[in-house]
Design a protein around this ligand. Structure first.
Ligand code: NAD
Length: 421
């Protein structure tokens, strides 16, 4: 892979492109398809006027990038954050294409972002921004075109507003236009926990492969949001010992295992994981480097870079977040023998259950939670073994194997369809 400056190393688009180029080259992908798949199909920038509580008008900038619709409608989350960039949304959109292909579900890839500070906005301001944003995207999205979902700082309520706004424009209720909705309006049972559950399922497969058992496996989780908190809870229930949790405002550690149910209650009461009496306070950056069986970065990008990768001491790195490890860090971790479960495999449980939600909405028939979880387990286990087998057969690491498998599947579909060029 080419050498990058630190600024390039932490640019998610560079991180995506470095892996894509390497995998495409390994696959001997022909030059034309390489060009088609390297760049997104479409990128939309919208400027969203919002009437603020002060009575003043503010204008927010939003993006929607559709990387590919070769295998089905574009699919991907909506991120609200002050530092969202078009490059980040581009990278996340292509990761969605590869993730859906690894999970072998019939979607392409997309992502959206709006540059805003959601924690400083009132519910009314958030609702007005979401609705105007959705109205700007109305021709771009739809159940057969592009299906948004929640991501960082967006949730079931935001999805409900998006669904309602789109439906108002269509003059009919269209539940399947977004996923991650409340169950009452077409959401799927099991969706909320699905990404965390998927991480647990692939972690189970990984430890089996390494001859480890949940009871003897110590886990550290970064991020106690939707993905991290559900993952920690499910893994604790499955017998893993969660020794550390790292959040934006501090970290906690207990060598004997943190009581995750107690931590959930503490966080509900206090709004933070800090000052939880049954664990010690720890330094967040140091805890990322503590010895453990499984490290699960489940917060944001670029947490393991060329600066700290050599000091990481986990046996397995299960990437709950998108892009937590840079391409330069991959090489250092490979030399250390860390087994990586790459993001496009590891956190695919969310989009897989979003696929189930879309299917249920279109069928108008809703499954029991046990059915959702069983189907999820089937898909995640197959995807894990597809990637590991691919890695073994092609003598590459799991990350490159996941990219190669995904690119291979998308390229095969494009060749079958032919290119309208
Ligand atoms: P979230 O907003 O619910 O949670 C993120 C958590 O990370 C928050 O609690 C936040 O305080 C914490 N955090 C932020 N910066 C941090 C830092 N520097 N150190 C420690 N903690 C930090 O978001 P989420 O939905 O849980 O998503 C987390 C990651 O997982 C993102 O990369 C997202 O793209 C990815 N992901 C989410 C889903 C899903 O279903 N929600 C699916 C696939 C991938």
């Amino acid at each position: 892979m080419k050498t990058l400056t630190l600024e390039q190393e932490i640019n998610p688009w560079e991180a995506q492109s470095a892996r894509f180029d390497f995998a495409a080259q390994k696959l001997n992908l022909d030059e034309g398809l390489w060009k088609v798949l390297r760049y997104p199909n479409r990128e939309l920038i919208v400027h969203i006027p919002v009437s603020m509580d002060t009575g003043k008008l503010e204008v927010f900038t939003g993006f929607r990038v559709q990387h590919s619709i070769a295998r089905g409608p574009a699919k991907g989350g909506v991120r609200f954050s002050p530092d969202v960039t078009l490059d980040e949304v581009r990278a996340l959109a292509s990761w969605m294409t590869w993730k859906c292909a690894v999970a072998n579900i019939p979607f392409g890839g997309a992502k959206a972002g709006s540059i805003c500070a959601p924690h400083k906005m009132s519910q009314g301001e958030l609702e007005r921004m979401t609705r105007r944003y959705t109205a700007e995207l109305v021709e771009f999205i739809g159940p057969e075109k592009d299906v948004p979902a929640p991501d960082m700082n967006t949730n079931e309520q935001i999805m409900a507003w998006m669904m309602d706004t789109y439906s108002m424009h269509m003059r009919q209720t269209v539940t399947s236009v977004v996923t991650g909705k409340p169950i009452n309006i077409g959401g799927s049972r099991g969706r909320r926990e699905a990404t965390g559950r998927g991480i647990m399922i692939v972690s189970n497969e990984a430890i089996k492969k390494l001859g480890m058992r949940p009871e003897d496996t110590r886990v550290i989780v970064q991020g106690f949001g939707n993905v991290g908190s559900n993952c920690a809870r499910l893994m604790a229930q499955a017998g893993y010992t969660i020794i550390g949790i790292i959040e934006v405002d501090g970290a906690i550690y207990n060598a004997r295992g943190i009581d995750i149910e107690g931590l959930w209650k503490h966080r509900e009461r206090s709004g933070s994981i800090a000052r939880f009496s049954e664990a010690e306070e720890a330094d967040p950056a140091e805890l990322m480097l503590a010895e453990c069986g499984i490290l699960i970065p489940a917060a944001i990008e670029n947490q393991i870079t060329s600066r700290n990768a050599a000091r990481v001491k986990c046996r397995i790195l299960a990437e709950g977040a998108n892009g937590p490890t840079t391409a330069a860090a991959d090489e250092i971790l490979a030399d250390k023998g860390v087994m990586i479960i790459p993001d496009i495999l590891c956190n695919a449980g969310g989009v897989t259950t979003s696929y189930f939600e879309w299917v249920q909405d279109r069928q108008g028939y809703f499954w029991k939670e046990s059915v959702v979880n069983e189907q999820l387990e089937d898909i995640m286990i197959s995807a894990f073994h597809d990637v590991v087998r691919y890695a073994e057969n092609h003598s590459v690491n799991n990350r490159i194997a996941a990219y190669m498998l995904a690119i291979d599947r998308v390229a095969y579909t494009i060749r079958q369809r032919g290119i309208y060029a």
